[in-house]
Write a protein that binds this ligand. Structure first.
Ligand SMILES: C[S@@+](CC[C@H](N)C(=O)[O-])C[C@H]1O[C@@H](n2cnc3c(N)ncnc32)[C@H](O)[C@@H]1O
Length: 327
């Protein structure tokens, strides 16, 4: 078997030769490491400049629209691009924005002042929110979170909303919109699509190096192209914790990469046999989860939701009572 596998970037091509994975230009594990890094970025880094759309949707559109008099906490001030319309809509005195990078916060303060806005800009770790300004009616995180810290839920008043993009290992670019209930539980659906830069302390760990010496072929039953929907990403992310997935498309051909933290990996391309490395056979695991997903009627991304309690969080399907997994 001799086959070219496309990397996320064409500068990282690999060949699978006689069942062994080797890098085309530099046959070292370093390339696998670079790919692993690329997977991580692909899974968690912003791939489109979509954030203002949904962040603004929380301000301007139903059903997350802010109401006159609402107080808003934004996590991730960066340029102030989101803090500005929030300040315009609600008044600067009703907007708090937390940024971990002091230089960015300072620059945003100057830009915002130039435009006549003076929201409260806090330099700190947004994972802790900003207790002093609580309770808030709306909380918008413009950096991705691996889990919603309960400290944030506590700072939002009952009836208030939290809009945040989770950062999951398995590809899934869907912000979640949670309502905070009287009992202190935040629940709500995933809505739309957007991928964001992760909060610093929520970055995914580097995937372990893949042992290409263990490379072996595996016959695929499922076309990798079937795995690309947001609904499946949310389902598989809950069912296969710690497994990253990324993909590339060339015309109708799709290549999918899977990897876990212990260095198992699988590469599957349309119409070709799969390359597996490491202890786990990730491809049949993903195929089994895909079969479950088909049995469930292939629900789309909006069918899934998240509940956040003081002790953890759960992904559910269609109703908070139908929990898929604690995540
Ligand atoms: C996609 S940018 C946010 C864009 C921003 N809302 C704007 O209007 O330009 C994500 C920001 O989150 C910040 N960030 C990362 N980790 C953070 C943390 N723990 N607390 C607060 N901000 C954080 C980053 O420094 C970065 O500026």
């Amino acid at each position: 078997m001799d086959r070219r596998l496309l990397g996320l970037s064409n500068t990282l091509p690999l060949l699978l030769r006689d069942g062994r994975a080797v890098a085309r230009e530099t046959p070292t594990e370093g390339v696998w490491r670079q790919l692993a890094l690329a997977y991580q970025l692909a899974a968690s880094f912003a791939t489109r400049a979509g954030y203002p759309d949904w962040a603004f949707a929380a301000v301007e559109k139903q059903p997350a629209a802010a109401r006159d008099g609402d107080r808003v906490l934004e996590i991730g001030t960066a340029t102030g691009y989101v803090a500005a319309p929030l300040s315009e809509r609600l008044g600067s005195d009703r907007v708090v924005s937390v940024e971990i990078d002091a230089a960015l916060s300072q620059r945003a303060a100057a830009t915002l002042a130039d435009h006549g806005f003076s929201p409260r800009l806090v330099v700190g770790d947004g994972a802790e929110g900003w207790e002093e300004g609580a309770p808030y009616d709306r909380l918008i995180s413009t950096c991705a979170l691996r889990h919603i810290p309960y400290a944030l839920v506590r700072q939002v008043a009952p009836g208030g909303l939290i809009v945040a993009p989770p950062a999951r290992a398995f590809w899934s670019g869907a912000p979640v919109r949670l309502s905070v209930e009287d009992n202190g539980i935040a629940r709500g659906p995933f809505r739309g699509g957007a991928s964001y830069m992760p909060m610093r302390s929520h970055r995914l760990p580097d995937a372990g190096p893949v042992d290409s010496g263990t490379a072996r072929p595996w016959e695929a039953v499922t076309d990798p192209g079937h795995l690309l929907g947001l609904g499946f990403a949310l389902y598989a992310g809950a069912r296969l914790p710690g497994v990253t997935m990324s993909h590339a498309e060339a015309g109708t051909a799709v290549t999918v990469w899977l990897q876990d933290a212990a260095g198992s990996a699988a590469v599957a391309a349309t119409g070709e046999s799969v390359g597996e490395c490491g202890e786990r056979n990730l491809w049949p695991e993903v195929e089994a989860v895909y079969a479950e997903y088909v049995t469930l009627g292939q629900p789309d991304g909006d069918s899934f939701g998240l509940s956040v309690t003081p002790t953890g969080q759960e992904v559910w399907l269609r109703s908070p009572r139908t929990v898929i997994a604690a995540v």
